[in-house]
Design a protein around this ligand. Sequence first.
Ligand code: C2E
Ligand code: MG
Ligand code: MG
Length: 742
Amino acid sequence: MEPKPSRQEALRYIRAKVDELLGVIGTLPLRPEELDDQRLITLDPIGIVADSFRLLNSHLNTTIEQLKIAQNEIRSIFDTVGAAIVVLDLHDRIEDCNRRACEWLFNDLPRTAVIGKMAQELCPCAEALHEIRSRADGVPHSTTMEGRDVSVIATRILDDAGQAARTVMLFSDITEQKRTERDLRLYAEVFGQIADGILITDADNRIIEINDAVTRITGYAREELIGRNPGMLGSGLHEAPFYKGLWHSVEQHGYWQGEISDRRKDGQVIPLLQSISAAHDPAGRLTHHIAVMTDISSIKEAQTRLDFLAHHDLLTELPNRLLFNDRLCHAIERTARERNQLALLFIDLDRFKNVNDSLGHHIGDLLLVEAAQRLRQLVRRADTVSRLGGDEFVVLMETSATHLAAVRLAEKIVAAFQQPFQIGDLELHIGCSIGITLFPDDGEDATTLMKNADVAMYRAKEAGRAGYVRYSQEHSAAMRLKLELDNALRTAVGKQSFELHFQPIIDMGKRRVAACEALIRWPTGPAQARSPDLFIPAAEETRLILPLGRWIIGEALRHQRRWRDQGLPLDYVSVNISMVQITQPDFAEQIIALLAETGTAGPELQIELTENVLMADTEHCARILSRLREHGIRVAIDDFGTGYSSLSYLKQLPIDNLKIDRSFVRDIPGDQNDCAIAAAVIGLARTLGLEAIAEGIETVEQQDYLVSIGCDKMQGYLHAHPMPAPEFESFVIRYTQSHGHL
Ligand code: C2E
Ligand code: MG
Ligand code: MG
């Protein structure tokens, strides 16, 4: 029997046990509450260790279970993410991948067939993979794989020793995202660049976005508009119902389009073509209004300009024929209703053609502008002044248009036009003739009124210009006469019922008949138009002057040839040429052909041109004249001093003779002015090495004076009237004999 331990031994034993127990417990992965109390009471460390391992085991089992669950969860997450995930080792061997990676990168192979393989065996894009893996910087890289935009992030995973062991690569297909980005960038670009203004408001109609064009169109900066109501752009030109209609349409149809006038920041009104659409969210609530505005001011301007152009004369900016006719027709209707009268004043400038021909169209245009200005100042605001074309104007009097009122206005206009026009440093005397008609007395419709006013105007011209004539029935008869004249001329040209008369040109120095001027005569012509001054213009107007002119030159040359054959010592025959003739491109060639035909030489012919003809197209004339000069044909300026010429042409053109107009000769030697002019012309001729011929010599005094200032050549009734050829021949013989030459 064992001796019973002493109390002290027992305590020592227990203490040792407790220490051992505590040591065991301290090393166990157990929490104190999990210890079996019995074991503690019995101080059984072995039992505790055994228990503890048992416990531990069961813990481990649960943890493994949980780990398995967790692993599955992770795997399924891994498989459900949209990105492809691949884990590669350092040699590009695939350690793991998710489902998306199998589908996308590895040709749909199952994972089991993929794991452990080299990436390049399976993946068409292994190269890109390899490259990104070797970079493995954990930063997204954009690349393209098989036409898709891909973002790849490669992250290195280190082992316990801190060495790179594997790489996790995450591939995301960002094609859609890229496309959206591109689209957004494009939309932003369009929004910014578009010439149309786009203004977006929120549901409360506060501006939330604008593009640059809005700033350009309205002049307001972005920050001045954002948050404000678009009403701030209103011009105040539209009435409330306009806006009401606009918003009604937006509400009802979600859309409005139309023209609207807004006001710029600088106060200017801008016409806009605007569309406003309402935008809604999927639930149908209004979210925005989108306004697109196109600045149509340039279109509007063009429209206004076109409208103006179509209805106005560009030069004078007066209403043109179109607008005038329109106003006249309306005025006639109204006047007829009111049983009232209206008056038309048809105005034609006198001798405007001279100005145009001799000073050029530019001066002519300036004169027309001035004339328009004068007319505008003379008429009342309610009256219309219009330019019908050329130098024709017409005034429509609508208020208190009595005969007397029309006549008073005509008198005022005639007086105003008698004042010279100052064009630059030119002072032009022009004058005008006016024909007057009254509705309803002188015509009941626009056409008749206009036609009769025109007829009356012609009458005023015939009556000596610078005056007015009220239309009367007889005037139409005058117009008929004009038509008859044209017809008679046509027949006469066909029948060659003209004659040439010849007027001698005397050389006072040598006392001989130096030459003659051929002057046309129409013995069978209508009594009131027998003078060439009257029928030549009609022949020019109808262009009958072309065949007639050719006949005249031929006829003159035939006579010249005969006189030469007869031994009459004439230097040349001088023939008048009209503007219409010389503007013919083949004029020179025609003359050269006629010389050949008649067997005459160039120097036996002189052509007479007026300054106006030369000034009309100096360049063309220069060409023609130098061609004529090649053949020795002479050129004279007829009626010298009456045109508005610049005289510089005298130096540019091959000219032989200046014919001093008989209007300057008439009052010589009594009129100092005319004497001075004649002296100046003769002086000029001498300076330029030209001859001067004095026309219209009727008195010995005229002749003596002109001879005294150095002019030798004389033409006029003092010596002889123009005569038929036989008489002229006798005159030459007589004159030559009496002066001892023959
Ligand atoms: P012009 O070429 O200046 O011709 C001179 C005109 O003065 C002629 O009138 C002539 O008869 C006239 N005359 C001559 N001496 C005197 C005189 O001492 N006193 C007055 N008072 N007059 C005199 P005519 O024959 O009646 O011709 C008038 C105009 O008609 C011509 O002016 C010319 O411009 C044009 N003309 C005449 N014949 C022709 C022609 O064959 N062809 C063309 N194109 N025009 C012609
Ligand atoms: Mg002449
Ligand atoms: Mg003359």
